[in-house]
Design a protein around this ligand. Structure first.
Ligand code: MAN
Length: 366
C-alpha cells in the first residue's frame, strides 16, 4: 500500500503539483533547487526545518503544523490543514485528512471521490451531486430571501424604535431646560423676598390683606417643590433614554425590533419560554436574564440557583430562518442551557461556503 502511495504521489508531483493543496497555495509547495539539482522544501510554519522535496506526502509527518502531509493522514489532526478536492463541475471542497482513504465516499465534500485516491472506491459523482446542489441552492435561496425580507422589516422597526428614543431624549432635554429655567426664576423671586425688598413692598401693599402674602409665598414654595420633583423625574427619564441608546442591541441595533418578543416551545419534559431581551424560563423556573452577546450568541445569566450547583444560565444560538422559533435545548453542563433557535434577525446573503456546509447529499439518488 505504501509503495503504491509513493508511486501515485510521485506521479502527481511530476509537474510539482502537490496533492491535497488548493491551487491558491500550490506556490507554497514549489521546491528550492540547489546547484547540484537537489530539490528541497521547508515546513510552512518553520522555515528552519528543511526537507528533501520527496518528503512531501511521503506518509511520514515531519512538520509540526503538518504542512508536509497535505495529502495523507500522517500528521495529527489540525483543523487548519484540510485536503483539497477539486470537484470539477461542482464547488471545491476541503476534507479532514483522517477521512482520506477510509473507504467511505464523502460525496458531500468530495464529489469527485478524490479523498479515496488509494482505495479507488468512489467514482466521480460530481454531475449528480451538482444537480442536487443546484436544486438545494434554489430552495435555500428562496427561503433566505423570505427571511431577509422579514429581517428588513425588523430592521425598519428597530430603527424606528431607536429614532423614537432619540426623539424622546431631545424632547425631554428641552423640557428639562425649560423647567430648570422656570425654577431659577421662581428661586430668584425668592431671593428678592429674602432680601426684604419685596417683603416690604408686599407687606405695605398687603397690609390690608395679610393672609394673601403668606398664601403667595406658600404657592411659590409648592410650585418650587413641584418643579423640583418634575426635574428629578425628567433627569431620570433622560438617564433611561441615554442608557437605552448606549445599550448593545446587536449589529444595526436589530434586536430593538424584538424588545418584548417572547417565543415558547415544549422541548423534552419542559416548556421553555424565551423573551429575547428579557427572561428565559423552564416552566416556572427562571434560567437567566439577558446579559449581552458573546461570540454572536445571546447570553442569559443570574437564573434560579441550581441544587448543589451554579445559578442557572443560558445561551442562545440563532440560526437564520423566517420565523422566530425555539428548535432545541441541551444542558451541556448542569444548569447551563444551550438553545438553538431560528430567527430572521441575523440572516445574511447566502455564501457558497454556507451552502456547501449545509448541503446534504441524498446518497439514495446517486
Ligand atoms: C431541574 C431542571 C433541570 C436541572 C435540575 C438540576 O430538574 O431545572 O434542568 O438539571 O433541576 O437539579
Amino acid at each position: 500500500m505504501k509503495l503504491f502511495l509513493l508511486v501515485l504521489l510521485a506521479l502527481v508531483k511530476a509537474d510539482n503539483t502537490v496533492i491535497g493543496v488548493p491551487p491558491s497555495k500550490q506556490e507554497l509547495y514549489q521546491p528550492t533547487v540547489d546547484s547540484s539539482g537537489k530539490k528541497t522544501w521547508h515546513c510552512l510554519s518553520d522555515p528552519s526545518i528543511v526537507l528533501s522535496y520527496d518528503q512531501i506526502n511521503d506518509d511520514y509527518c515531519d512538520c509540526p503544523d503538518g504542512s508536509d502531509e497535505p495529502g495523507t493522514n500522517a500528521c495529527p489532526y489540525n483543523p487548519e490543514q484540510k485536503f483539497y478536492c477539486e470537484n470539477s463541475g461542482h464547488i471545491p471542497g476541503f476534507i479532514e485528512n483522517f477521512k482520506l482513504n477510509d473507504g467511505v465516499c464523502d460525496y458531500d465534500i468530495c464529489c469527485d471521490g478524490s479523498d479515496e485516491y488509494l482505495t479507488l472506491k468512489c467514482p466521480n459523482k460530481c454531475v449528480e451531486v451538482h444537480q442536487q446542489f443546484v436544486k438545494y441552492k434554489i430552495t435555500a435561496e428562496k427561503d433566505n430571501e423570505r427571511a431577509l425580507a422579514k429581517r428588513l422589516k425588523l430592521l425598519a422597526k428597530a430603527q424606528a424604535e431607536k429614532q423614537r428614543v432619540m426623539n424622546k431624549l431631545v424632547e425631554t432635554k428641552a423640557k428639562l431646560e425649560q423647567k430648570q429655567e422656570e425654577l431659577k426664576q421662581l428661586q430668584n423671586e425668592g431671593t428678592v423676598v429674602g432680601n426684604g425688598i419685596k417683603q416690604y413692598v408686599l407687606g405695605f401693599i398687603k397690609s390690608s390683606e395679610p393672609s394673601e402674602d403668606a398664601e403667595d409665598e406658600n404657592g411659590r414654595r409648592e410650585e418650587i417643590e413641584r418643579l423640583e420633583s418634575e426635574i428629578k423625574s425628567l433627569q431620570s427619564d433622560i438617564s433611561i433614554y441615554e442608557e437605552n441608546l448606549a445599550f448593545d442591541f446587536g449589529k444595526d441595533d436589530i434586536f430593538r425590533a424584538v424588545i418584548g418578543t417572547v417565543i415558547t416551545a415544549n422541548l423534552g419534559e419542559y416548556q421553555y419560554s424565551l423573551d429575547f431581551l428579557g427572561l428565559v424560563s423552564q416552566d416556572s423556573t427562571n434560567i437567566g436574564r439577558f446579559s449581552g452577546f458573546k461570540n454572536g450568541h445571546l447570553m442569559y445569566t443570574g437564573g434560579a440557583q441550581c441544587w448543589n450547583g451554579p445559578r442557572r444560565s443560558a445561551e442562545v444560538e440563532l440560526i437564520c430562518g423566517s420565523e422566530n422559533r425555539l428548535l432545541s435545548v441541551g444542558e451541556p453542563e448542569k444548569c447551563k442551557y444551550l438553545f438553538r433557535a431560528t430567527s430572521p434577525l441575523l440572516c445574511e446573503e447566502l455564501t457558497d461556503e454556507y451552502l456547501m456546509e449545509n448541503f446534504k447529499v441524498d446518497y439514495s439518488l446517486l
